[in-house]
Design a protein around this ligand. Structure first.
Ligand code: GLU
Length: 409
């Protein structure tokens, strides 16, 4: 099953319960625009390299389209479409005035020099600047991109359209970025992990957590949870994982990774594989890396009682059903990792008003938005006796569907 087939399957299940007609389902699933462009650039060694850049704009019934830009070897047209669709439901679940989009280039960003990364980014903007913009489609960081890449996007976009900081979010704080944007996805994941445990009358103190991925999302989620007394027993990255049943010292690991670039060989820990991480003895499993990692064969071996999807699309639909059968409670991506796009929204608002918020205000507004969305989803799941993923889709599709019905098409 492809990535878009799996996200569409979640959509269809919810749309069926809502009684949406086949025609309406087709309208809501069909992307408004799919762009595929050539991105050619000169490498440092003088050779010519050509890549394909994608931008999929899925739905704009609730506002300009919004979503990250991913530089990763697994990017393809179908994955970008699936992730764009997820952004439509995600922005609706947290009720921010956007539709969904996503972009990407199939490339390992780590293989590029800073100069190559900059040229690649600028050429991509040259190709898509006409279809993006503060009122059309606003890119942001995702896997393999960061604040520096967003700064280049803004600068290149402005060469065509003039001063326009709201054309992209996740920019450096010194260049029209928002305080708290970098930590936002991880903070939201941490906050909702605690909210979920509280609903189950469980305490975060001493809760054992296994975390897959120690990138921008995983690192901040780990810090947030560690500071509140959780025990991070297993952490992995693309090179492998580490395990310590007494709990990994997250601040020390963060320093260690800053120097060594990977978690492996961190003192007082034992090396584990990524599969061992997913099946580690823990209370909460947090996949915070790539998609499609929780598959059917893993489900019987998962020992966590709770799964919090910090990554986009980490669970395939058949595994999702098997998890529900096993009574494992899963907080879905379109809710759990919505903190990033929420603070992107705050950044866009600040850029448009030319008025900066301090970190305290950003965190306060973020926490409020995330808890509101969580409570809405939790109540609906309880009322309808459905899993949280289905409830989140019901909330998201309901809002997009109502906007479409009110505004027309
Ligand atoms: N790439 C992030 C996501 O998947 C953030 C998107 C944004 O800030 O627009 O939600």
């Amino acid at each position: 099953m492809t990535a878009s087939e799996s996200t569409d399957q979640y959509f269809r299940e919810a749309a069926g319960i809502m009684g949406l007609s086949g025609n309406m389902q087709k309208l809501l699933l069909t992307p408004e625009r799919e762009v595929k462009v050539q991105v050619a650039m000169e490498m440092d060694n003088g050779e010519l390299a050509t890549y394909i850049g994608y931008r999929v704009q899925h739905n704009r019934s609730r506002g300009p389209m919004k979503g990250g830009l991913r530089y990763h070897p697994e990017v393809d047209a179908d994955e970008v479409l699936s992730l764009a669709t997820l952004m439509t439901w995600k922005t609706a679940v947290v009720d921010i005035p956007y539709g969904g989009a996503k972009g990407g280039i199939q490339i390992d960003a780590r293989s590029l020099s800073p100069g190559e990364l900059e040229r690649l980014t600028r050429r991509f903007v040259d190709e898509i600047h006409d279809v993006i913009g503060p009122d059309k489609d606003i890119p942001a960081p995702d896997m393999g991109t960061n604040a520096q890449v967003m700064a280049w996007i803004m600068n290149q976009y402005e060469k065509y359209h003039g001063f326009n900081p709201a054309c992209v979010t996740g920019k450096p704080v010194e260049l029209h970025g928002a305080a708290g944007r970098e930590e936002a996805t991880g903070r939201g994941v941490g906050l909702l992990t605690i909210a979920l445990l509280e609903k189950e009358e469980k305490n975060i103190e001493g809760a054992r957590i296994a975390l897959q991925g120690f990138g921008n999302v995983g690192k901040f989620a780990a810090q947030y949870l560690h500071e509140r007394g959780a025990k991070l027993v297993a952490i992995s990255d693309a090179y492998g994982g580490i395990y310590n049943p007494q709990g990994i010292n997250v601040p020390l690991l963060t320093d260690y990774v800053a120097t060594h670039k990977k978690v492996l060989n961190f003192p007082e820990s034992e090396a584990i594989s990524n599969e061992e991480l997913l099946t580690a003895d823990c209370d909460v499993l947090i996949p915070a890396a790539i998609g499609g990692v929780i598959v059917d064969s893993i489900v019987p071996h998962i020992r966590a009682k709770y799964i919090v999807e910090a990554a986009n699309n980490p669970t395939v639909p058949s595994a999702d059903r098997a998890l529900a059968k096993r009574g494992i409670i899963l907080l879905p991506d379109i809710l759990a990792n919505a903190g990033g796009v929420t603070v992107s929204y705050f950044e866009w608002v600040q850029n448009r008003q030319h008025f900066r918020w301090d970190l305290e205000r950003v965190r306060h507004e973020l926490d409020r938005k995330m808890i509101d969305a969580f409570e809405t989803t939790w109540s609906l799941a309880t009322e309808k006796k459905v899993p949280l993923r289905l409830a989140a889709y019901l909330v998201g599709i309901g809002r997009v569907g109502r906007a479409t019905a009110l505004g027309g098409y």
